[in-house]
Design a protein around this ligand. Sequence first.
Ligand code: NG6
Ligand code: CA
Length: 511
Amino acid sequence: HLLWIFIAMIAISCRNDSSTKPENSDKQDSLQKPNKPNIVLLYVDDLGYADLSSYGAKGVETPHTDSLARNGVMFTDAHSSAATCTPSRYSLLTGNYAFRNNAAILPGDAPLLIDTSMVTLPKMLQNAGYTTGVVGKWHLGLGYGKVNWNEPVTPGPAEVGFDYSFLLPATGDRVPTVFLEDDKVLNLSKDDPIKVSYEEKVGDRPLGTEKPELLKMKADLQHSQTIVNGISRIGYMSGGESAEWIDEEFPFIFTEKASNFITRNKANPFFLYFSFHDIHVPRAPNERFQGKSDMGRRGDAIVQMDYVVGEIKKILEKEGLAENTMIIFTSDNGPVLDDGYDDKAVELVGEHDPAGPFRGGKYSIYEGGTRVPMIVYWPGTVEPRKSAAMMNQLDFYASLAELVGQDMGGQIIDSENHLDALLGRTEKGREVMLEEAFTLALRDGDWKYIQPFTDGSIPDWMANKDIEAGLKSAPQLYDLSRDKAEQHNLAHENPEMVKKYEQMIKDIKNH
Ligand code: NG6
Ligand code: CA
């Protein structure tokens, strides 16, 4: 009798099992193993080392990001590969230093910078079974340059390895001021085609130089071309009125697109590259965040960014994905106050020091150029701690390849596997790395060597903007263990070290 009950119970439980199993569940089971977590990369624009309360900010609170920092690995020596956006993003997605492709800040009508035959970071993850998406700022060029925005725009993110994309094509301060969803401009009407030029005025929209009274913020000459949404931009644009973005809506639109991507893909591993517009210029935070910091628009943009971080964390929790998702939070380069718009960032900064103890910021070869906040949050897997490991975004590629069990493509030269450091299991990160700005620097542990800057020139606008690029005609050598702020140049007393580091840079370049 008991035996019959036992057999009946087994039969019932088997039936339940098969009726609740989704289709192709075997595939899902194998992909959802702990070594294939979802990966969400929260990539903030121009956020400085000390722009979060957890990293020492004054005059602004960032509770959502701080909670990631408190409960994850909080790095104190983590770097974007370069001190500006395009080169950093190039390295992030390709695993190679930007100088290998001469990557520099791209104009808004530049061709796609990444060779589509490369096995990029997102392609490597696709090969591991991930669905990949990018939401937010792109700034890696599109098509073959000077694209026709009225037709499908290709090659672009799809050819770089993203199954889904929702983009600001270049930056918030460059035309065209429209969203690109996959390869098409969103909400574009056929009767009102878009025309873009970076050389001469097109159409009748007024320019910042012509109608300054229409502006929410005054701007420098480079940012004083076509006015859209009360903000003058770099570049000229006509048409596309129904497709124009409203800057103040970015946080909600990007969050919604990211949220939809997460929900659509919750059953299989996904990689979301969430690329913020904040806190880049033009800083036009939604009214919900206006006045929420003591620093005006720049601080309010930080609050807005932090809100979005909280929303994305909430969506992951709501979908039951928190423990199976690794969040990496970081920034593409150091901080800048005046980057072209009169948003009072300089006047209202108060006691706040956006780069913290480090010298320089965006555009600079000093530490402030590339040393950025970095947090890895993966509840249940990563133990909370601070880490002084030397880290570089260049190494996300090899480290994540290790995590998901993929090889690195043969074209990947520079990326190193530091998965253990990324997960806070060791404080041993890189021993040596380059930092890229208008010149190159080499970090060898706490030693930092900066190459003299002799060839080439920096743009004029930088000179008038209190930007410390760190370019000198003589070599610079600093001991960061005693001199974090790079004040005491030791190059003169240490010619042998200068020679050695010059040679090391040459060797890296000749690889
Ligand atoms: C500079 C812009 C600056 C910003 C930067 C790119 C001028 C004077 N300045 O050329 O405002 O757009 O490019 O920033 O044009 S980044 O974070 O995308 O690298
Ligand atoms: Ca940037």
